[in-house]
Design a protein around this ligand. Structure first.
Ligand code: PMT
Length: 217
């Protein structure tokens, strides 16, 4: 059996791409499959944690992971906020939509002649940044998915979102989203970056959790 180093530890993980509805049959979303977040949830459960996975995607979870399905960023925010006070570690691996349509149409949007369609989008809450301002005893970690200037952009997010760890993830061109493996760099305030080379998402999840546990000790 795996070392139960997360026994008596309550972990909330988010996964998947939120879906922001345009009309009864259409929505805006992204390429997140939920694999990275689900791997973190499964690895935490295998290490003895009490795990809740707040997920916008369908992936196989281990027994011992409580799955809370959500659709939108607002739903995800509500589900995470409801559990935050009784949580020890939060890891936001979800790709949360930054914007949602300002209105959801009640009927399927129709073409009008040859005209295009302008969408009005409004900002979603930043779930991670909110947790960063609320955290007391909790360890709060997020990911930074970047196509360019990975470390510069991720360092900026680490500071702006006021979190304990930012996991920098190069994405695009067959990397990150919807792959079975991944490569990341762990950033923590005042510490040198730690590169975790390409490996299966479950292996990376185990490594990330070890670093988190070390940082909490
Ligand atoms: O799901 P997979 O297919 O396995 O792919 C994994 C992944 C690439 C999606 C994952 O490893 C990853 O990088 N997740 C973060 C994706 C993302 O949206 O990053 P971001 O840089 O836009 O957001 C930074 C952080 O803030 C993230 O922790 C995000 O969950 C959080 N966030 C973002 C926007 C928002 N409105 N609220 C948030 O909480």
């Amino acid at each position: 059996t795996t070392d139960q180093y997360l026994a008596h530890t309550r972990v909330v993980v988010t996964a998947g791409g939120t879906r922001e509805r345009l009309d009864p049959v259409r929505y805006l979303t992204n390429d997140s499959s939920g694999k990275m977040g689900t791997a973190l949830a499964n690895a935490a459960a295998a290490a003895g944690a009490e795990v809740t996975l707040v997920t916008a995607a369908h992936q196989v979870t281990l027994p011992g992971v409580t799955v809370v399905p959500v659709t939108t960023a607002k739903d995800m925010n509500t589900a995470v906020q409801a559990r935050f006070a009784e949580t020890d570690i939060v890891i936001m691996a979800a790709a949360v939509a930054d914007f949602r349509p300002s209105e959801t149409a009640n009927h399927k949007l129709k073409k009008t002649g040859d005209q295009g369609l302008a969408l009005n989008l409004v900002q979603n809450p930043d779930i991670l940044a909110t947790l960063g301002t609320q955290r007391t005893h909790q360890f709060v970690a997020g990911f930074a998915a970047e196509t360019d200037k990975l470390l510069v952009n991720a360092e900026a997010k680490l500071a702006r979102k006021h979190v304990d760890m930012l996991i920098a993830n190069q994405v695009g061109k067959g990397q990150g989203f919807n792959q079975d493996d991944n490569a990341v760099t762990l950033l923590q305030p005042g510490q040198p970056p730690v590169s975790l080379p390409r490996a299966a998402k479950l292996v990376l999840a185990q490594q990330i959790l070890r670093y988190i546990q070390e940082a909490r000790a």
